[in-house]
Ligand binder design. Structure first.
Ligand SMILES: Nc1ncnc2c1ncn2[C@@H]1O[C@H](COP(=O)(O)OP(=O)(O)OP(=O)(O)O)[C@@H](O)[C@H]1O
Length: 225
């Protein structure tokens, strides 16, 4: 599902080049659910941005579900992101003036009929326990409910790859573990691939596979590439 080959990524800052990522080779299989851990600033979000085509590598290959993301220009990467990637953020990124349903409807393909939209929305809101909250504004929901709405928005189109950047970072432990159990259960049922960045050891322990950036990123292993 994901294959990285010979990746190098640096940022230019104040006239200096800061190497951030060097990944010789890495693979995630279709349907795998994986927690990505590592200290602050080690490049976890940068890796997610590379996989979703928000940024490009200086060199190397990024393959997602058979797509050569490294070869795409900006508009093709935008299209790829819309079709292949579901993103879940720490702070939900819901539009505050829109209801839960309206927030989700914004990203639905124009080709979906009105009936299809209503059915899928109904199904997924029910599935995450928000059946009676579709017409509520984000401010009328708890933080856990807001993240559930964000999960529906990320996966309603069944993207092959779900990327979650600290999705439980702003939730209390009980809400966080409930939300993560739900997300893992859904990904298993729907055979979705999930890559989740987390600082939380207990959240990471819920995943069948865990990877530390230190093991992935040659810069942090002191390996010269
Ligand atoms: N656009 C940018 N320009 C310059 N430096 C950047 C840019 N984006 C990220 N960085 C730097 O790259 C490094 C890795 O950032 P990244 O956000 O990937 O880390 P992270 O592991 O996700 O950190 P955290 O756990 O704190 O969120 C940091 O030192 C950061 O300052």
């Amino acid at each position: 599902m994901i294959r990285l080959q010979g990746i190098a990524k640096s940022f230019r800052l104040h006239g200096q080049t800061l190497p951030i990522l060097q990944v010789a080779e890495w693979q995630i299989l279709k349907g795998e659910c994986l927690a990505l851990m590592g200290p602050s600033g080690c490049g976890k979000s940068t890796l997610l941005h590379l996989l979703s085509g928000i940024i490009t590598a200086d060199q190397g290959e990024v393959w997602v579900d058979g797509q050569p993301v490294h070869l795409f220009n900006e508009s093709k990467r935008d299209r790829f992101r819309a079709d292949y990637i579901g993103y879940i953020f720490q702070d939900f990124h819901l539009i505050s003036s829109l209801t839960v349903k309206q927030n989700v409807e914004l990203i639905l393909p124009r080709t979906w009929t009105k009936k299809e939209r209503a059915e899928k929305l109904g199904y997924w809101l029910e599935r995450v326990g928000l059946a009676d909250r579709g017409n509520h504004l984000p401010s009328q929901l708890s933080r856990g409910q807001q993240q559930r709405a964000a999960i529906v928005r990320a996966l309603i189109t069944k993207p092959p790859l779900l990327l979650a950047d600290e999705p439980t970072g702003s939730l209390d432990w009980e809400t966080a573990s409930e939300m993560m159990s739900l997300l893992l259960e859904i990904c298993k049922d729907e055979q979705l691939t999930l890559l989740t960045v987390t600082h939380d050891r207990h959240i990471a322990d819920m995943f069948p596979r865990r990877v530390h950036m230190q093991d992935l990123n040659d810069l942090h292993r002191g390996v010269s590439v």
